[in-house]
Write a protein that binds this ligand. Structure first.
Ligand SMILES: C[S@@+](CC[C@H](N)C(=O)[O-])C[C@H]1O[C@@H](n2cnc3c(N)ncnc32)[C@H](O)[C@@H]1O
Length: 217
C-alpha cells in the first residue's frame, strides 16, 4: 500500500510538472483541429446541451494527462471502431477520444465520464467546437460508480491499480465481445490480446470473454 501511494504521488508529480505542458499544447491542437469543422447544426445543438457542471465531488484518482492524437488514433484503429459502436472513455479529460471517435470513425454515440468539473467543461466546449454534441455526451461522474453497460468499446488511460480495480466492474457490466483499449497500463493477470507501441507509448487491447476466467473472478 505504501509503495502504491508513493508511486501515485510520483506519477502525479511527474505528470503535473512535465506532461501538463505537453497537455496544454495538445489541447490547443484539439481545439484548433475541431474549430473549422463545426456542422450547420452547431447552434441548435448548443441550445439543446448546456454545459452545466457541479463542483468536483472528490480528488480524481489520477491527474489529467492527455493522450497524444496519434496514440488516440491508433487506439481507435486497434479496437476497429466503426459506425456501429458506442464508445465510453472512462476518465475522459478534454474529451479528445470520444470526439475523435465520432469525427473520424463515425461511431453512433460516444460518452466521456470524468469526475473533474473543469475537464467536463473543456470537453463540452471542444465537442461544441467540433460540432459533434448530437453524438457525444460528457458525464461528470465517478467512473467507479458509473454504468457503462451499453458500451461496445471502452477506452482507458488511468493507472495500473485503477485498471485492476475496474476489472470486475468491466466484467459485470459489459457484454461479451466488448473491446477495451488502454493507453500505457495493462490489467495485470488479465493478459491482453494485443500490445502495440506508438511513438514510445504502449497500447493494450482486450475483448470481454463469454466466460470470465476463474483467476479473474
Ligand atoms: C490520464 S487522464 C486521461 C484523459 C483522456 N482519457 C485521454 O486519454 O486523453 C485521466 C482522467 O481521469 C479522470 N479521473 C480520475 N479519477 C476519476 C474517477 N474516479 N472517475 C472519473 N474520472 C476520473 C481525471 O480527471 C483525468 O481527466
Amino acid at each position: 500500500m505504501k509503495l502504491q501511494a508513493i508511486l501515485k504521488v510520483l506519477f502525479a508529480t511527474v505528470s503535473v510538472g512535465s506532461l501538463m505542458m505537453v497537455g496544454c499544447t495538445q489541447q490547443e491542437q484539439v481545439s484548433s483541429q475541431t474549430q473549422g469543422e463545426a456542422s450547420p447544426s452547431t447552434v441548435e445543438v448548443q441550445q439543446k446541451s448546456p454545459s452545466t457542471t457541479q463542483p468536483t465531488e472528490r480528488t480524481p484518482d489520477v491527474v489529467y494527462v492527455p493522450t497524444p492524437p496519434e496514440v488516440v488514433d491508433r487506439m481507435l484503429k486497434i479496437a476497429k471502431v466503426s459506425k456501429n459502436d458506442i464508445l465510453y472513455d472512462l476518465g475522459s479529460g478534454d474529451g479528445r477520444i470520444p470526439i475523435t471517435a465520432v469525427q473520424k470513425y463515425g461511431v453512433k454515440k460516444a460518452v466521456g465520464i470524468d469526475i473533474d468539473s473543469q475537464r467536463i467543461k473543456e470537453a463540452n466546449e471542444n465537442a461544441k467546437k467540433a460540432g459533434v454534441t448530437d453524438k457525444v455526451q460528457f458525464l461528470q461522474q465517478d467512473l467507479f460508480k458509473s454504468n457503462f453497460s451499453e458500451a461496445t468499446v471502452v477506452t482507458l488511460y488511468l493507472l495500473p491499480e485503477l485498471n485492476v480495480r475496474l476489472r470486475s466492474q468491466l466484467f459485470k457490466q459489459l457484454k461479451p465481445g466488448t473491446r477495451i483499449v488502454s493507453h500505457a497500463f495493462d490489467m495485470r493477470e488479465w493478459k491482453p490480446e494485443k500490445v502495440e507501441q506508438v511513438d514510445g507509448r504502449t497500447i493494450y487491447f482486450w475483448t470481454i470473454p463469454k466466460q470470465i476466467p476463474a483467476n479473474l473472478r
